[in-house]
Design a protein around this ligand. Sequence first.
Ligand code: MLC
Ligand code: AMP
Length: 506
Amino acid sequence: MANHLFDALFGQHSGKGTAFLHLPDGRIITHDAFLRRAARLAHAITQTGLRPGDRVAAQIEKSADALALYAACAQAGLVFLPLNTAYTASEVRYFAEDSGAALLVCGAAAETALAPVAQAAGAGLAVLNADGTGSLAEAADAAPDTFATVARGADDLAAFLYTSGTTGRSKGAMLSHENLVSNARTLAAHWRFSADDVLIHALPIFHTHGLFVASNVSLVAGGAMIFHPRFDLDAIMAALPDASAMMGVPTFYTRLLDDPRLDRAATAHMRVFISGSAPLLAETHARFEDRTGHRILERYGMTETNMNTSNPYDGERRAGTVGFALPGVELRIADPETGADVPAGDVGQIEVRGPNVFKGYWNMPEKTAAELRDNGFFITGDLGRLDADGYLQIVGRDKDLIISGGYNIYPKEIELVLDDQPGVLESAVIGVPHRDFGETVLALVVPDKGAAPDPDALMRAVAAALARYKHPRQILTIDALPRNTMGKVQKNVLRADYAQLFEGRG
Ligand code: MLC
Ligand code: AMP
């Protein structure tokens, strides 16, 4: 049966004994072996009674099996919903319930905490550990290694990726088969990926960057990946001589630059270094070129749209810009108030349209209508301008968002928790510059009259509710929040006041 995503990414490799995944323990998984494992997992999931179109939520450590679960969902016509491993049980509960997940897959360590979550959501619970054990892995071991691919068309849903919002309520971005296939093909061609490429993959596979950019591009091109469970400097340095490409967030590049081993010889085998998910400082770009001779290729995208723009492969990779609209993607810079085109070179809201743009937010028609215009343009919430040569520069954000080490953090989520604590009148959470993560979280709390809330107790309350990477680095008590004449908190004033707080600190 024809299955748009599965055929393009996975099915084409059936029977190929070529290397696909190089694992840290030295094992190599061929394309064919990977497909057979995916087929076994497809049996294991569908044996639990799932039907095409059902959602499979997965909060599992990165491993070959975790990636094969994605392939299995594609093959079985299921909607894959990967979740950050840092999410707390209460965060997972929201995603499982909101998506109506039919199955929740987790690691053994989280099983006890997530059992009531699965039950409350009416979902089954299965265990898939990174070492190949767990109930789902065992069911897969016992299943046949071929699976009758379920027919799926270009417009069918392939994945839900949750992205937080300014109201604090996460939204499930619905991505279709064609959203993923079109972007993977475009990127692979644009960045010249081929079956000869070996990609260093050290990103998590629960977000667009690691799953849909890095893995999908490698899969459509038929190349291999050196698959690391996480970013580890020594492991990356060791992989460089065997690799041809790397994709990473800017923190990867600043950490590499901090290592004296990074030089021209260490990167001589590499064809391309690609960066995205957060702004790459022009200074980082220049230092990297100085040390290695490589000009990092920066691109720009987001969960709802996959990738929108990229610097050219052959032409000038301009530091401080994210390049041009990708083939097939339209870009416009609009006035945030009126939606009209701004004069050439002016700053405005970045809007994009193309086969990469998602289908809307799950069960949130009003939010979808607010961000996705009737004419197909998606309002990104990023502010940018086109320079004289047409390169897009991202100059800021119209949305209240912090990006720390490539992870998006919505201040509202943290403010809601803080505002709920005894002795807290109100709070403002902002992003301030940080050497390693680009930005980090600072919380400013205004106490109730006469109260003196304990910052440690506030931190514990946040920790109970939210993933570790969202925790403020510091919570400060202040007398009042600066407001404009309309009564709106002036976060720009706070950001300026505290810009130097973590300067020089790692
Ligand atoms: C880890 N921690 C973070 C963090 N990552 N805190 C804030 N921000 C982060 N990004 C926490 C850890 O839990 C730990 O807590 C402490 O900070 C220090 O950990 P570390 O060992 O230094 O972190 P490390 O494991 O090395 O991770 C850092 C990182 C990682 C940058 C390698 O965060 C990462 O892989 N980021 C990539 C995110 C990504 O893929 N984004 C793409 C989104 S898609 P403790 O308890 O020890 O103090 C997207 C669209 C697009 O944006 O365009 O691509
Ligand atoms: P997410 O919602 O996690 O997909 O994050 C998407 C956001 O990351 C975008 O809206 C941008 O704000 C930001 N982003 C992604 N790539 C870049 C980049 N190259 N430069 C600056 N910001 C980026």
